[in-house]
Design a protein around this ligand. Structure first.
Ligand SMILES: Nc1ncnc2c1ncn2[C@@H]1O[C@H](COP(=O)(O)OP(=O)(O)O)[C@@H](O)[C@H]1O
Ligand SMILES: [Mg+2]
Length: 445
């Protein structure tokens, strides 16, 4: 259904009205101009005719001229010739209404509905009067025809514009209806719905494609949020219910300061674990939202890596492991030192907790940071998944951890415009985590 308030019919209607009004105004003006020009033209014709007749008079005399005037009056033309005496009595020829002794041009009214006459009067040398005249109706008809052609064309154009406008409106309405339907479906909760594309590649298709890309992004984001919410609820339920059970059991028991103290300590440890999970989740969310970018500065990644490794060497030794650093000096990046420190610490934690054997930490020119171990590694099909929040391999259920470490490393990599890649260690055994960061220009001093 086309409504007059729709865009295209409104435009078509406006164009039609403007074309009509201007062409009708133009017609009025054109009519006056054409009439003027044609009358001037007629005066020239009358003058030429009179001149010819005067020449006839000079050659053939009054008798000859009256014969010519008779011929004119017998002819059924728009031109009239009248010859009269100096006091206005007709000698020969014919004129519907004849004034006496006309000199020069004049427009003569006629009785009844007849059109006025344009007349030219001249006195002949012998004293007789010559009047040449023409009916003005043909001139007016021509002026009328000339003046009315443009507005009629204009009216036709207005009609065509109107028709095209309505056609356009129809097409527009149909395409927009598809868009509205899709938008309503999305609003109603069907996030997989997309706007229709005609495949013509026009501006509507381009707009639809852009909006569809946006809808796809929203769909992924919503799915991610849903997943995280599910995961959070799922992962925090067991520690919270464990906590509850402990407290309940303690309450049911006879009061004993030593046992109560132990219970409270256990509860605190459980709570700390829950709080650290929340802290890690929050840090990932903030990093993914771009927080920390404002604290970016050019920093010495080599120094930062060496510093973190120094902290981890004794930790590794305590569990009988060895860290083998190979750090290229002077590698600078633009970034956040606390987040990069945390990322490297997470990778080292993983190598210690999930890996085995010697841990190699290398920083290569180009700001490529790699941590590899000689443990069981991660199967290729799991390497993407372990970067998700809370995802842990089944065999790691017994080892401490929340499944958030690699998520944060990946988020930190993205925040810095870099990437985290997991692959098999060069030794063919164990995991190699590669953190690539964009290199900063030379440091400013
Ligand atoms: N170096 C590694 N060797 C073997 N498996 C690993 C290694 N690093 C991570 N993983 C696996 O990836 C999972 C996710 O790691 P992460 O996100 O750091 O969580 P968390 O360490 O808390 O379990 C771990 O649970 C483990 O199964
Ligand atoms: Mg970890």
């Amino acid at each position: 259904m086309i409504r007059l308030r729709s865009f295209a019919p409104r435009v078509a209607l406006t164009i039609a009205v403007v074309v009509l009004v201007t062409s009708f105004l133009g017609a009025g003006w054109g009519w006056l101009r054409a009439q003027d020009a044609l009358r001037q033209q007629l005066d020239l014709v009358l003058a030429a005719e009179a001149e010819g007749l005067v020449r006839d008079y000079e050659t053939y005399g009054l008798r000859g001229l009256s014969e010519v005037a008779e011929i004119y009056s017998r002819r059924q033309g728009p031109l009239f010739v009248l010859l009269q005496t100096s006091d206005g009595r007709p000698i020969s020829g014919r004129l519907p209404s004849a004034p006496a002794a006309l000199r020069g041009f004049a427009t003569l009214r006629q009785s009844g509905d007849s059109a006025p006459l344009r007349a030219l009067g001249a006195m002949l040398p012998g004293g007789a009067n010559l009047i040449v005249a023409s009916d003005l109706s043909s001139v007016d008809r021509a002026a009328y025809a000339l003046a009315w052609t443009p507005p009629l064309a204009g009216a036709l154009a207005a009609l065509v514009a109107l028709g095209l406008g309505f056609l356009l409106a129809n097409g527009l309405e149909r395409r927009l209806a598809g868009v509205s339907d899709a938008a309503r479906a999305v609003m109603a909760g069907d996030l997989t719905r997309r706007l229709p594309e005609s495949g013509r590649g026009d501006e509507f298709d381009r707009l639809s494609a852009t909006i569809n890309a946006m809808l796809a992004r929203i769909e992924t984001l919503v799915a991610e949020v849903r997943q995280v919410t599910d995961d959070v609820a799922h992962d925090l339920r067991s520690p919270l219910s464990r906590l509850r059970q402990r407290l309940e059991a303690a309450l049911a028991r006879a009061r004993d300061p030593a046992a109560d103290g132990e219970t409270l300590e256990g509860a605190l440890a459980e709570l700390d674990q829950i709080l650290s999970t929340f802290a890690a989740l929050l840090r990932i969310a903030r990093t993914e939202a771009g927080a920390g970018r404002e604290g970016f500065a050019s920093l010495d990644l080599s120094a930062l890596a060496a510093e973190v490794v120094d902290i981890y060497v004794p930790v590794a030794e305590d569990s009988g492991r060895r860290i083998e650093p190979s750090i290229a000096p002077g590698q600078r990046v633009s970034g956040s030192a606390p987040l990069l420190r945390q990322a490297l610490a997470n990778l080292l934690d993983n190598a210690l907790n999930h890996g085995a054997g010697t841990i190699q930490v290398s920083l290569r020119p180009g700001a490529v940071l790699e941590v590899s171990d000689q443990g069981p590694g991660i199967p290729p099909e799991e390497r993407e998944k372990v970067m998700r929040r809370f995802y842990r391999l089944d065999r790691s259920r017994a080892t401490p951890g929340t499944g958030l470490g690699l998520s944060l490393v990946a988020a930190v990599a993205r925040l810095h415009g870099g990437a985290l890649t997991l692959r098999e260690a060069v030794s063919g055994r164990g995991l190699s985590a590669v953190l690539e960061l964009p290199q900063a220009g030379p440091a400013e001093f």
